[in-house]
Design a binder for this molecule. Sequence first.
Ligand SMILES: [Zn+2]
Length: 327
Amino acid sequence: MQDEHAALGQRAQGGVQRLARDAQTLGEQGLRAPSPPLVPATLTEPVAPVTVDRTPPARISPPLRGAGWLDGDSCCRLGAHRGAVSPIDGQLWAPERFAIDYVQTDPAGRMMTGPPTDIASYPYVGSDIFAVADGPVVGLVGDLPQQPPGMSPSGLTLQQYGGDHVVQDIDGGRYAFSAHLQTGNPLNLAVGQQLTRGQVVGKLGNSGNTDAPHLHFHVMDRPDPLAANGLPFEFDSFTLEGRVTSEESLQQGTAGPVPFRIDRRLPVGAVTPPGWFARREHRRGKTGTTAVVAPPVTPDDRSGESAGVSAVTVVEPSPSRDVTRDD
Ligand SMILES: [Zn+2]
């Protein structure tokens, strides 16, 4: 190992000397040095063996229905979800790496109709959240308060981050997690209760570590929402409505009652069931890739293919439903 370190050190030193030479040469020629590659085009290094899990993604139904659901901070760039690694009980966990934060846009393309600090500004609060597959409830919290929107809460314990939530075992080893729900247990759910796909499990709210109403949804390999690793999933169908065009628009649309700028020109082949889906992370200052989808849902990977560009999605399980396009 020491030899390897020495070799790496020599290589780095050689690179620095080479850069200095290049800079001097270019300086003499009156040119600005281009940024050199940090590593050669081809590089072979011994690394630790890595086991690649080739289990197909869980195929599930969307947790929400209706048009205009904006999908935040999804799979394909390093954002607040994908980058979240938590040290818990002496281990590192990445439960949110495929997570979605959903908010809904109104017919005018806005996430809120009034001040961000007023819960009444968010028309989608109270939306039904649905079981994405068959399986039993394995975790349930419903006694945490709603947080005032427009600010991040303080003083929460780690266990309170997910707020009121439901964890469901969806196939004997994969678990669906729906978080930040409204306080209470309006459906009288119980741990151990068998749910069927499409059954209502709760209402969208603003409990736990959240600064605006949204549904945080992810699939994981253990029932603990934080001490688990996130797993990929795909929706059985959905319709992609468009994409938010820029980070700037995403910031504006999450800061006040400003319509998102949404590009509804879909790429060839992007249509129909299974469509795509999208998501958005609207924790202020942590916005990420977003997409807008309509009806039914889809694979995580397709939503965030263009780095830095957000999209909007409407999620709805009924393929027969018309999707309103307001552009
Ligand atoms: Zn989230």
